[in-house]
Ligand binder design. Structure first.
Ligand code: 5RP
Length: 239
C-alpha cells in the first residue's frame, strides 16, 4: 500500500538520521542544528531514540524555533544557543525540512515561519541535510510554494513595493487562531511572494536580502545539502 505523506515524512527523517549516523556525520559529542516542521520533528525524535539507546552521547543541539526547543526539552536533548561557548557559533551538521527542493538542491523554506533561525543555523553548519516527502520535489522555484520573506514590520510598505518591482505578488501571512498577521519567533512579519514565471533563486536570494527592511528570505542556495526524499512506494531517494 502506498505511504501517506505523513508516513513519508517519518520515513525520510528516520532514514536520514540512521544513515548519517552510519556515515559518521552524526556522532557522539557533536554540535547539531535541529530544524522545524512536521518532517524535522520525526528527525528530532529519532535522534532522541538514538541517544536513549546509547548510540549517541553528549549531543549538543541548537534549535531553529520555539517548536524545536520545546521538543528537545520534552525529549531530553540538551539545547544550547549558537552563541554559547560550548557551540562557538559553528555546528557540525544541521538537519531540517523544506517546502521546495529543486534539481540543483536549492530550497524554499519558511512554511513554518522559522526561516531566519533555520538559515542562520544552516549557513553556520559544516554539513546540511534535508528531509522531505516526495511532494517537495519541484523543477524550479517561483510559481509553486510562495517564497516567505521575513520583514521588519515598520518597513512593510516599502519592502512590498520593492518585492513587487521584482515581479512578485505579495501576501502578508495571516495568523491561524490569532487575529492579524503571523509574528515570527523573532518578532517580525512574513510576506509570501509568488511569481508568474520561474526565477533564479541564487540571484534573487542576494537581491531580496539587500532590500532595507528585509531580515531574511526563504531561498536557501549557499550551503548545498544532502537531501533525503521519501516516496509513496517506500523508497528513499538521496539527492
Ligand atoms: C519551517 C520550514 C519547514 O522545514 C518547512 O516548512 C517544511 O515543513 P514540513 O516538514 O512540515 O512540510 O521551513 O519554517
Amino acid at each position: 500500500m502506498a505511504l501517506s505523506q505523513s508516513e513519508q515524512k517519518v520515513l525520510a527523517a528516520t532514514t536520514a538520521v540512521d544513515s548519517l549516523i552510519s556515515e559518521g556525520l552524526i556522532f557522539s559529542g557533536m554540535k547539531i542544528g535541529l530544524g522545524t516542521g512536521s518532517t524535522a520533528m520525526p528527525a528530532v525524535k529519532r535522534l532522541a531514540e538514538r541517544i536513549a539507546d546509547g548510540t549517541l552521547k553528549d549531543i549538543k543541539a541548537v534549535a531553529t524555533s520555539f517548536q524545536t526547543t520545546l521538543a528537545c526539552e520534552d525529549l531530553g536533548i540538551p539545547v544550547y544557543t549558537l552563541n554559547d561557548r560550548a557551540i562557538g557559533g559553528q555546528l557540525d551538521l544541521a538537519i531540517d525540512g523544506a517546502d521546495e527542493v529543486a534539481p540543483e538542491k536549492t530550497l524554499i523554506k519558511g512554511g513554518g515561519a522559522a526561516l531566519l533561525r533555520e538559515k542562520i543555523i544552516a549557513y553556520n553548519a559544516k554539513h546540511f541535510a534535508i528531509v522531505a516527502d516526495e511532494s517537495k520535489k519541484v523543477d524550479g522555484h517561483g510559481t509553486g510554494f510562495a517564497l516567505p520573506v521575513e520583514i521588519i514590520a515598520e518597513a512593510r510598505v516599502p519592502v512590498v513595493k520593492a518585492l513587487e518591482k521584482l515581479g512578485a505578488e505579495c501576501v502578508l501571512r495571516e495568523g491561524v487562531k490569532k487575529a492579524g498577521p503571523v509574528i515570527t519567533d523573532n518578532g517580525n512579519m512574513i510576506i509570501d511572494c509568488r511569481w508568474k514565471q520561474k526565477v533564479n533563486a541564487a540571484e534573487l536570494e542576494e537581491v531580496i536580502d539587500d532590500i532595507t527592511g528585509v531580515v531574511e528570505c526563504g531561498f536557501f542556495t549557499k550551503n548545498v545539502p544532502v537531501v533525503f526524499i521519501a516516496h509513496a512506494d517506500g523508497s528513499v531517494e538521496r539527492m
